[in-house]
Design a protein around this ligand. Structure first.
Ligand SMILES: Nc1ncnc2c1ncn2[C@@H]1O[C@H](COP(=O)(O)OP(=O)(O)O)[C@@H](O)[C@H]1O
Ligand SMILES: [Mg+2]
Length: 239
């Protein structure tokens, strides 16, 4: 980390439970302004729970979630969203029976008047969506649905974008497109925390990474170092 880096999101000593099950254990994690951070790990290790803890959908038993210097641990999800945290959820969760443009407007519900200009910005970023603005989201291809999910999140003008397994369910070509998009957003200065099982892809675009194993951060470092760490790949990433 450079000394000039400004923390945007900090998790301090997070312990999250589902009933008796201790899912996140002493998790420490940070995303700096403008940074793209990958959160890696196998199935059921607590990746989505980490995002839910950041969003306030689950409450940690101990620990703090600090966003832009403010302790938001006690705040409701809606308050955190208004504060500038947005999410592209697992499996995208679009409103399938609503059109593309209606989905995009839902993303801006925290703003009083989502302007047509905001929509135009999204159509510039995703020309495909401009063509299909009146099509029902449920009838789009997987790649297009991914674009809607990202554009919907961006409509809220978030200061931090959380993404839960953006490559899930996409063909290899669409996975690549999806990560091109993530790299592009990063280049535009969007701060992101991207959860992935596809470690190679995520590390190819990230600045830093964290590896979770059964709810613990077992490794962290610059993405390039993690990508070249053979032992790590064998032990934790299974490739
Ligand atoms: N709402 C829930 N209630 C009980 N257990 C849950 C709930 N959500 C997730 N879990 C369990 O917590 C563990 C971590 O889940 P999750 O964070 O979704 O993992 P990942 O996203 O890394 O696959 C898993 O064992 C999962 O079954
Ligand atoms: Mg998950």
């Amino acid at each position: 980390m450079n000394s000039g880096d400004k923390p945007l999101l900090q998790l301090h000593g997070i312990n999250t439970y589902y009933g008796q099950m201790h899912v996140l254990q002493d998790v420490e994690l940070q995303v700096n302004q403008g940074e793209l951070v990958a959160l890696l790990g196998g199935n059921a290790c607590g990746k989505s729970t980490t995002l839910k803890t950041i969003l306030g959908l689950v409450t940690p038993k101990t620990g703090q979630v600090v966003f832009d210097g403010i302790d938001v641990t006690g705040l409701k999800p809606a308050q955190r969203i208004r504060g500038g945290i947005a999410v592209v959820p697992e499996n995208r969760r679009l409103f399938g029976a609503m059109s593309v443009v209606e989905n995009l407007k839902m993303g801006a519900y925290t703003q009083k008047n989502p302007s047509d200009t905001d929509l135009e910005v999204m159509y510039d970023l995703f020309p495909k969506l401009a063509e299909r603005r009146n099509q029902l989201a449920g009838t789009l291809s997987g790649g297009e649905q991914q674009m809607v999910a990202v554009a919907r999140a961006l409509m809220a003008k978030p200061r931090l974008l959380l993404m839960d397994e953006p490559s899930m369910g996409l063909s290899p070509k669409l996975v690549e497109q999806s990560f091109d998009l993530i790299a592009d957003l990063h280049a535009r200065g969007v701060s992101m925390l991207v959860v992935e099982q596809n470690a190679n892809m995520a590390l190819s675009v990230a600045d830093r990474g964290y590896v979770l194993q059964t709810g613990r951060v077992v490794l962290t470092g610059p993405a390039a170092d993690l990508a070249n760490d053979e032992e790590l790949r064998r032990a934790y990433l299974g490739r």
